[in-house]
Design a protein around this ligand. Structure first.
Ligand code: ATP
Length: 705
């Protein structure tokens, strides 16, 4: 028999009403005739023993399970919730125990996951950061060290607070929380309970599932008790005590007529009385350091950008981050420097302008293929086919520019690249729709596209390229004057953009580096630009003068800029990182995983096509000697050596370029010393193992932090 109490005065304005809800799983009756009202501005606790039906009930409200019978009313209107998305569109937000946060994304990125704001088709980071800051401030989470710190570095309570803030940010009307304080310490529990109360005080209806009676009595206005799928009681907390709840949970009724109104002895409130005041919400959220110096040190350790106001401070904090495992591109740059010094000491011809430019041209194919590979590695996938996919792109282009076919160079390139994108679409679709591992599908692709390439090449085995424009992609150069002008335009545009963006962020109080750091960045880019153009403009010909920036360098820089923008400033890029960090969180945020994954495979193949065309241009032909198998291994190695994690969620397109440069340097430097291909393979393998070791050690460093 249900022991339902008299009408609950708290439920005068029900936001949600459940009437006669049944849910069965085969013979298991998980919910039986549940009738329940959820009022606004109140916390309703759901109590019940294991298997009582609490999770099934909240899943029916969250749109995950469809009830077999009964009706839900939302604001007095009958509704059917067929998906979490439909529930979310009504204003129902569920905070599951696993919190669904992406550890590799920062607080702002997590708060807006799936609902990013755009401006001119790009992510509007500033407006999102301001909104996130205001929301956290309104919840008294005012002193989180930085809203730009990755969620991985937050404590359990802080993570729970971010999840709660997310529901506030989206103006949710009903927030459902599943065991919000499980695995939290006393102080952090108090903070989370405080936030839950704040939600209710703001007029949000809250449902909390909890096994912890202390928390239930601390935070709830009403307690609903489930037993064996039935709602056996729903009463204001003032009419309950722990014994009554336990009786109801275990037997379905309680003969205790009047509850003891005193709070339970072990509640957090009483702990406060016994042990002195608990820390404030804000204080606990940041594990507040006590002295001003300690505060500054702690802030610097985690967020150089927001707290460092001078150059030395910025470098100190950057050093602290490196020690914490956030080493960025430093290892690869240091490695590059070391290898270069080594080769120069062995052979003085290594650092000559001619050899340096030659090295850049040699490395361009590795860099392009690696940039494509970064897209799939970020998802935690791999594409083993891109070597031969690039080859197919090259051979299609080569066939189309034959005099007998007579296609213009640009149309031949376009069709070659479209062919590659189509192959990526095919791989992506098979992987996502059939749920097959990318490793297997693209391994099959490697063999299959090698076959296709050989078929197109035909019995001759070689397709020569006579088109001047295509051949110039790898061997043509800009004039020295054009090289200088182009460099100044590019560096000027970068400088203006960087300076204005940083200044605007500083003025609006957003996370930004100090002005001296912005100036230093601009100076470094200018110095690199001057060095590259000077190097390229030095005569490197033997019989005739050859000078100027090679076209192929512009191709690499163009792809680098475009893909960096795509990954860093668009929704697509954000979702690639989110899926690599926590695919389930991305899915719950409304991200279409299949579409993003497929698009990533398309981009990987498309970029491989650019690499294949550059390769064909360098050899002025495509032939059966094309070794796509080795190229793809170099591409994966380059991306990982550059700093992209094989575990997904971490990496940049720039890593592909830097890693490609390392591989080209080893190849070139050992070639100058007269080493053969096998020796180069062994050394490249050792560098790869070193890079993966650095990645693993850095990950350990990060998790310790
Ligand atoms: N997908 C499912 N398929 C079959 N049975 C299910 C499914 N989900 C839940 N059940 C059953 O429904 C009943 C209620 O489960 P539910 O998970 O809601 O319990 P709960 O109150 O949340 O328990 P706990 O506190 O242990 O999480 C259980 O008997 C469970 O085995």
């Amino acid at each position: 028999m249900s022991e339902l109490a008299a009408p609950d005065p708290a439920s005068v304005r029900p936001l949600l009403r459940l009437e006669g809800i049944d849910k069965n799983f085969g013979p298991v009756q998980a919910l039986v005739d549940i009738t329940l009202e959820v009022p606004i501005g109140k916390v309703t606790a759901l109590a019940g023993d294991n298997g009582a039906g609490k999770s099934v009930l909240i899943k029916c409200i969250a749109g995950i399970h469809a009830p077999d019978d009964g009706q839900l009313f939302w604001e007095n209107q009958p509704v059917r919730l067929n998906s979490p998305h439909e529930a979310a569109s009504l204003g129902i937000e569920t905070v599951y125990q696993d919190l669904a946060l992406c550890d590799n994304l920062d607080i702002v990125q997590n708060l807006f996951l799936g609902r990013e704001r755009l401006r001119h088709f790009l992510l509007d980071e500033e407006s999102m950061e301001i909104a996130a800051r205001e929301t956290l401030a309104s919840l008294a989470v005012t002193t989180v060290r930085s809203i730009r710190q990755p969620v991985a570095s937050l404590s359990g309570g802080q993570r729970q607070s971010v999840a709660i803030a997310k529901s506030v940010l989206w103006n949710s009307k009903l927030v459902i929380m599943d065991e919000p304080t499980a695995a939290l310490g006393v102080a952090q529990t108090e903070v989370v309970l405080h936030l839950i109360r704040q939600l209710a005080d703001r007029g949000v209806a809250v449902i909390v599932v909890s096994h912890n009676m202390n928390d239930v009595f601390e935070v709830a206005d009403r307690i609903a008790v489930l037993r064996l799928g039935q709602l056996v009681a729903i009463r204001p907390v003032t009419e309950m005590d722990r014994q009554i709840v336990v009786d109801l949970m275990t037997t379905g009724f309680s003969d205790r007529a009047r509850p003891e109104l005193a709070p339970p002895p072990q509640s957090n409130r009483q702990l406060t009385a016994a042990t002195g005041p608990l820390p404030s919400a804000a204080a606990v959220l940041q594990d507040e350091p006590t002295t001003a110096a300690a505060k500054r040190k702690a802030a610097l350790a985690l967020n150089p950008d927001i707290t460092a106001t001078s150059l030395p401070e910025y470098f100190r904090s950057a050093f602290a981050r490196v020690r914490g495992g956030e080493s960025g591109v430093l290892p690869v740059l240091a490695g590059l420097l070391l290898i270069s010094i080594l080769f120069q000491s062995l052979n003085p011809n290594f650092l000559t302008p001619g050899n340096m430019v030659n090295l850049l041209i040699q490395g361009s194919v590795f860099m392009l293929l690696a940039m494509g590979q970064v897209f799939v590695l970020l998802l935690g996938e791999i594409d083993l086919s891109i070597g031969y996919v690039g080859g197919v792109g090259g051979v299609i282009m080569a066939e189309l520019v034959q005099e007998s076919t007579g296609w213009p160079w640009w149309a031949a390139i376009a069709v070659g690249l479209l062919g590659c994108a189509g192959i990526g679409l095919l791989h992506g679709t098979i992987i996502t729709r059939l749920g097959l591992p990318s490793f297997v599908v693209t391994l099959g692709g490697q063999l299959g596209w090698l076959g296709v390439m050989l078929i197109i090449l035909g019995s001759g085995g070689v397709v020569p390229i006579n088109d001047t424009v295509i051949n110039n992609i790898a061997s043509g150069n800009l004039s020295p004057v054009t090289s200088w002008i182009l460099m100044l335009v590019v560096v000027g545009a970068f400088s203006a953009w960087t300076w204005l963006r940083d200044a605007r962020r500083r003025n609006t109080g957003l996370v930004a580096p100090p002005a001296s750091v912005s100036a230093l960045k601009i100076a470094a880019v200018l110095a690199a630009g001057v060095a590259i153009v000077w190097l390229c403009n030095t005569d490197r010909g033997t019989l005739v003068e050859i000078s100027g920036v090679p076209w192929v360098l512009l191709v690499v820089l163009g792809v680098l800029a475009a893909w960096t923008l795509l990954l860093g400033r668009t929704r697509f890029g954000r979702y690639v990182y989110a899926i690599g960090g926590n695919a389930e969180a991305a899915r719950r945020g409304g991200v279409n995983l299949a579409r993003i994954r497929t698009l990533a495979f398309i981009l990987a193949s498309f970029t491989a096509g650019i690499g294949g065309i550059v390769y064909a241009s360098r050899l002025r032909s495509v032939s059966t000697s094309y070794d796509g198998g080795t190229l793809v291994l170099y591409a994966v190695a380059a991306a990982v050596i550059g700093g992209t994690s094989l575990f997904g969620g971490r990496g940049k397109v720039l890593h592909g370029v830097l890693g490609g440069l390392v591989i080209a340097t080893i190849d070139n430097g050992m070639g100058l010393q007269g080493y053969s291909a096998p020796a180069k393979y062994v050394v490249t393998a050792l560098v790869l193992v070193a890079a993966v070791t650095i990645d693993a050690v850095a990950r350990r460093g990060r998790s310790r932090t």
